[in-house]
Design a protein around this ligand. Structure first.
Ligand code: 5GP
Length: 215
């Protein structure tokens, strides 16, 4: 297991409804040393790519993207999920469906922050069905910029997003690919790992609707 997989086994919580909670270290309370390791690993995996901007989506992608950006020495743009009075000028807008919130959002980026000259690394905390990512890819394409790659902390490999995005030809690097979770047994296993050797994680019996507080 790599450093992130080990941390998921140690501190992740498997919930009913195929939800993995990592809010004690990744997307609510954030372990900045871990985020720094994630950033360094993205830098290694995308070495040689002419990346000049990182794009993520609010809220939980922002922390990872900002720490990773220190390793690339580039600015971060985050897509907003709702129109705010602070957004001015022309916008790129894409529609995405939220896995955890079970609703549709618009993702919005001001046109002045993405141009055809940009070479973009997209970063997010989770990849499930790929809706959030497809919205971000759409926004980069609308701007005429280039997607140089996609860095994900945790991919739920048993959902379709990873396969769809790789089939589109993008370099998608997920640091931990969860191939299965068993909430009743409190088990989780990663790509390349035999389910028999799966890690014991904490579990809760909460219903999926309670997870609307997750990001
Ligand atoms: P997708 O659009 O790929 O279906 O879902 C990606 C988004 O849903 C991520 O940005 C993340 O916020 C959220 N998400 C999906 N699955 C999980 C999960 O198991 N746990 C948590 N905490 N968030 C998830």
């Amino acid at each position: 297991m790599n450093f992130l997989e080990e941390r998921i086994v140690k501190d992740g919580v498997v919930k009913e409804g195929n939800v993995l909670k990592v809010d004690s270290f990744l997307n609510h309370q954030m372990d900045i040393k871990l985020l720094d390791q994630i950033g360094a690993e993205f830098r290694r995996r995308f070495a040689g790519k002419p990346i000049n901007k990182i794009l993520t989506i609010e809220a939980s992608g922002i922390g990872i993207a900002c720490v990773a950006a220190r390793h690339f020495d580039v600015p971060v743009v985050f897509a907003k999920k709702s129109q705010s009075i602070n957004l001015d000028g022309d916008m790129y807008v894409a529609e995405v469906e939220s896995f955890t919130h079970k609703c549709k959002n618009h993702v919005i980026v001001a046109q002045k922050f993405l141009t055809p000259e940009d070479h973009v690394l997209i970063i997010d905390d989770f990849l499930a069905n790929g809706c959030a990512l497809q919205g971000l890819i759409q926004i980069v394409q609308l701007s005429g910029a280039t997607v140089e790659g996609i860095g994900i902390a945790i991919e739920k490999g048993f959902q379709s997003g990873g396969r769809i995005i790789r089939n589109l030809g993008f370099q998608l690097e997920s640091l931990a690919i969860v191939d299965g979770m068993d909430a009743s047994a409190g088990k989780i296993w990663f790509r390349g790992q035999d389910p028999e050797d799966s890690g014991e994680v904490k579990r809760t019996e909460d219903e999926i609707c309670r997870s609307s507080t997750l990001d």
